[in-house]
Design a protein around this ligand. Structure first.
Ligand SMILES: [Zn+2]
Length: 268
């Protein structure tokens, strides 16, 4: 997804759960995922950079990123809950939550999940996805070369539309170019609409929003389980009264990035 769509999906998903200051931090972590495109020692050398976008890497690596990032976020909130209301722990937790939900949102726009016209959310298992028997899950085999070839080939769209099942409903390699539903009017968005009468982008965004909300509910349930009742309740109060400023964020962003990275490294 493009940054502004990640932001609107996140705000719609979490708007009833977190206040505006908190979702703002989640948005900052989310859009920061797209800014970290290169390996930088101590900042982004702790995880597979491509895996955070479900693109240019194996589905297994993407699943590993998802699981690890969730562990980091749960841990963050546990630390925040035990910090006696130290804002910086909450800032880190919301930033990291943004990094996590970016990943789950990209799943719906960068894989062929929605191309089966599936109404369900993905079960977060790449080896045994909750697709029907024989349906294959795949992500873009996005080499610069395959992308380029697809772009300059005038027959590519025709080929995709006349062989929709072959391309979208099998494990045949595709480039990101043909799968991408990051914004309205991409090839995959239009072909999906031709077949099912709904925009593929809208469909991907709807499922991404539901999954973002589910992710928060899952994390909340884990925290409720792991924390003592009074510690959990204090944390809920801290979250609902959380506030912060743009200056805080600008001042601390490198620290949040470093901390996320070192936590991910520990799980490698
Ligand atoms: Zn992304």
């Amino acid at each position: 997804m493009i940054g502004k769509y990640h932001t609107s999906i996140t705000n719609k998903a979490l708007g009833d759960k977190l206040n505006g200051y908190a979702t703002n931090y989640v948005d900052k972590g989310n859009t920061d995922s797209d800014k970290l495109r290169d390996k930088i020692a101590g900042i982004s050398d702790g995880y597979d950079l491509s895996a955070q976008h479900f693109n240019k890497t194996s589905l297994e690596n993407c699943e590993k990123f998802l699981k690890d990032a969730q562990e980091v976020v749960v841990d963050d909130f546990i630390q925040a809950a035990n910090s006696n209301g130290d804002d910086e722990y909450y800032e880190q937790a919301f930033y990291d939550l943004g990094r996590l939900v970016h990943n789950i949102q990209d799943f719906y726009s960068h894989t062929n999940w929605i191309n089966y016209n599936n109404e369900e959310l993905w079960n977060e298992d790449v080896k045994k996805p909750n697709l029907e028997k024989n349906q294959e899950l795949k992500t873009g085999n996005y080499t610069a070369f395959s992308q380029y070839i697809d772009k300059i080939n005038p027959f590519y769209i025709y080929d995709l539309s006349s062989n929709y099942d072959f391309y979208y409903e099998s494990d045949v390699d595709m480039s990101h170019y043909g799968l991408n539903k990051d914004e309205p009017n991409t090839i995959a968005d239009r072909l999906y609409e031709d077949k099912y009468g709904v925009s593929g982008f809208t469909k991907a965004a709807d499922l991404a929003r539901s999954h973002t909300l589910k992710k928060w509910d899952d994390i909340d349930a884990i925290l409720q389980e792991e924390l003592d009742k009074d510690v959990y309740e204090d944390m809920v109060d801290e979250i609902s009264s959380f506030d912060s400023t743009q200056e805080n964020f600008d001042e601390n962003i490198d620290k949040y990035r470093e901390n996320f990275n070192s936590d991910m490294k520990e799980l490698k």
